[in-house]
Structures are given as C-alpha cells and as structure tokens.
Ligand binder design. Structure first.
Ligand SMILES: Nc1ncnc2c1ncn2[C@@H]1O[C@H](COP(=O)(O)OP(=O)(O)OP(=O)(O)O)[C@@H](O)[C@H]1O
Ligand SMILES: [Mg+2]
Length: 397
C-alpha cells in the first residue's frame, strides 16, 4: 500500500514546521513508521524536534525519522546539464558568471526538486507515513499541477523539437554562434517531466495523499490560504484539514490581548465559511515556543484530540470548477444544507454564498475576476453556480 502522505503548507511563520513535527510524532506513537521531511533551507526541523537531522532520513525517536532535504544536492542530481548549458549561454551574452548561475535555476525549482524526494520514498516502500513540511510559498504545489501540460508537451512537442535541434546544431554553432542544448540537457528536462508526472499521480491519489493548510487567525494569512485552497481544489488535490494555529485562549479576555482575541474570533468565522466542510483543527497560542518533544506533543494533543493524526480526515474535494467556452460551473459541497433560499454576492474575486443559514466564501481564480454569477441551483447536496464571462466593452478611445 502507498504510504500515507501529508503535506503542510501555508504562509511564512504560521507554524508549519511545528505542526508537521507534531503530526509525525503522533503518527509514530500509534505505530506507523514515520518520516518527517522538510524542504526548508532554514533547517528548522532539527530545532523543532531538538534532534540532529541530516540530509537523508535520520532516526530521532521510536519509529520516527526526520530528513532535511538539501536543495543544492537535489539540483546537482537533477539539473546540472541544464544549468551548465544556460550558464554558458548567459556568459556568452555578457552576463557575469555569478549572476548567470543564479539565473539558471528558476524560482521554485529548487523546492520542486526537494519534493521529488517524496517520489523516491514512495518507491522505496519503507514508510507507513510521510509528513512533509513545505517551504513558505504554496507556489511549488502549483508547479505540480503542471504535469497535465508536461504530458502533452512530452508526447506532442518534445520529440520533434529534439530532432529539429539535433539537425540544427552544426549550423547554429558555425553560422549563428549560439550553443544549442546538448542531449544531456534534453535528458534532464525529460527526467524532470517524467518525475513531475509520477509525483502528480502520487499526490492526486486521494486515498493516501492530502494537503493541510496551516494558518493563523489573521485576515491576510487566511486570504492566502483561501487562494491556495481554490487552486488545490481546481487541480484535484485533496485538502483533508485546515489548521488554525496560535488562537488566543479564553483566559486573555479582559487583558491587554482581549481585543486581539475578539478579532481572532471574527476571523475564525471567516475560516469556517471558507473551508467547511473540511475539518478545522485548532491550537492555542502557547505561553512558550513550541520546541522539543514535550511541547510538540502538547501541540499535537490540542490539534488532534480524539482524531488520528495520520488518517485522511476528509475525503472529498469541496469545490469543483469547470470552465468551458465563456461559461464556468462551480460546484460546492453543502452537505448539511436543505433546499432553501440561495443568495449570491460576488465582489471582485470573492463569491459569498448564503444557503439555509450557511455562509460560504470562495476565492475565485483571478481569470474569473470580471465574470458574473448568472444562476445557482441545488442538486445532490451541492450548490451549483454558473458564472458567465462578460462581453468586453468595445474600446472607443
Ligand atoms: N501555537 C503556538 N504557540 C506558541 N508558539 C508557537 C506556536 N506554534 C508555533 N510556535 C512558534 O512559532 C515559531 C514559528 O513556528 P514554525 O517554525 O513552526 O513556523 P513555520 O510556518 O514553519 O515558519 P517558516 O515559514 O519560517 O518555516 C517557532 O518559534 C515556534 O516554536
Ligand atoms: Mg518552517
């Protein structure tokens, strides 16, 4: 069976590393051979666990291993031919060597290569659970949605391009004075695409893989998590839980932080309306840093309580969006709503839906900013909203 794979992502500093480490400890405690893996170059996993952690799986407890992936090692393994070729090309064009080296690695690619470790671990078959602490941006996960394009490219364009370039190589060198990519470059690109396709299959298997969004009860942080949630749904990745970390406890009511707590309560209502029916796990703002086994287990206990940390906590996509020729169909799971009055309001990218006393706030993809919600109906425990592209106003200027 494929190992249970859980990816934690969220904005910088919200608590991803702490939550990932806490989750891994709980998984190991119930008997799962667990690996917690971080792609963050800051190496905070070792600090969080208070253990030595190497660039390969390092034992740090009963049935628990940790790994801090070295992006540089991964880059060298996967991308050296491409970087060399691009570097040469840039240097030939007068870019200085240091800048050229920086430019040969597109942003996000280093983390992507680090994430490919997940594939290796799946193939090795040594683990029951793999918990991944992703780097701050959710952008990398977006890159993973690219295999659909990669697949098409590999089958349709790539073979021809490769032949064409092989034929043009002698000519290019003598006449045009450019270095065309070598076979090794193509091999790197081909391998990357194959890996991406395999990773995509792993991460889209909803029986074993899911993503959990970590946030704090803070408006901007929630907004970013909502955007991530939208594209995860869009690309068919399962979000099985969201984590709201650092919630002020009731005890601060009436103190200096009382007003903060009230604001947080409002923001928690937004979390509810944005992510339900996905389970929302909460942890309070502790009186000290979450470092070391004891604090991690305290965090784990608050987050999961009776729940199994490694279980798939929710198994359905809660939004589906189909876009086709100027018309979009958004399907929202509303399992607890009965047929009732539906009200829709769209402000920019935010679509607010009220049905039968429930409120949902959906962040639409930017491409639908100018589209208008034109119809809504209930069907099979789900709300279906139709959006239509607005005809462009002719430019008379
Ligand atoms: N519930 C909490 N109460 C108090 N402190 C917390 C809590 N959760 C996390 N922390 C502390 O906040 C800091 C940041 O947490 P953590 O490193 O887990 O965040 P992160 O999302 O991984 O950050 P980065 O984006 O930098 O990787 C750490 O010092 C951690 O101990
Ligand atoms: Mg971190």
């Amino acid at each position: 069976m494929a190992p249970r794979t859980i990816l934690y992502t969220g904005k910088g500093g919200v608590g991803k590393t702490s939550v990932a480490a806490a989750t891994a400890r709980r998984c190991a405690a119930v008997g799962l051979r667990t690996l917690v893996l971080s792609t963050d170059p800051a190496h905070s996993l070792a600090e969080s666990l208070e253990a030595e952690v190497g660039s390969g799986p390092t034992a740090c407890g009963d049935r628990l291993w940790a790994q801090q992936v070295q992006a540089q090692e991964e880059m060298e393994r996967h991308w050296s031919a491409v970087s060399e070729w691009m570097g040469e090309l840039l240097v030939e064009r007068g870019v200085n060597r240091i800048t050229a080296e920086e430019l040969t690695v597109p942003p996000g690619l280093d983390e992507l290569f680090s994430l490919l470790q997940i594939k290796r671990h799946h193939e090795a078959g040594e683990w029951d659970a793999i918990v991944v602490d992703c780097a701050p941006t959710g952008e990398t996960l977006r890159l993973l949605s690219f295999p659909d394009v990669a697949r098409w490219w590999l089958e349709k364009v790539f073979p021809h391009e490769r032949q064409l370039l092989a034929a043009a190589r002698p000519l290019a060198r003598t006449v045009l004075d450019v270095t065309l990519p070598s076979e090794a470059v193509f091999a790197d690109v081909q391998r990357l695409m194959d890996n991406l396709i395999a990773m995509n299959d792993i991460l889209r298997d909803r029986r074993s893989a899911s993503i959990r969004l970590v946030m704090n009860p803070d408006k901007m942080v929630i907004g970013e998590a909502m955007r991530t949630f939208t594209y995860l749904n869009l690309y068919g990745y399962l979000t099985d839980a969201v984590v709201v970390n650092r919630v002020f406890p009731d005890a601060v009511a009436g103190t200096y932080f009382g007003a903060w707590r009230e604001r947080q309560q409002e923001h928690l209502a937004l979390v509810e309306s944005a992510f339900a029916p996905v389970p929302i796990l909460r942890a309070s703002y502790f009186d000290s840093e979450v470092v070391g086994p004891e604090m991690l287990d305290r965090l784990g206990e608050e987050l999961f309580g009776e729940r199994a940390a490694g279980a798939v906590l929710h198994d359905a996509l809660s939004q589906e969006l189909r876009v086709d020729d100027g018309r979009a169909e958004l399907r929202l799971a509303l399992p607890f709503a009965r047929r009732g009055d539906i009200s829709l309001k769209k402000i920019g990218l935010e679509l607010v839906v009220r049905v039968d006393g429930q409120k949902r706030t959906i962040m639409l993809p930017p491409a639908l900013a100018d589209w208008r919600a034109t119809a809504a109906r209930f069907h099979d425990g789900a709300l279906q909203v139709t959006l239509d592209e607005q005809p462009r106003v002719p430019d008379t200027g």
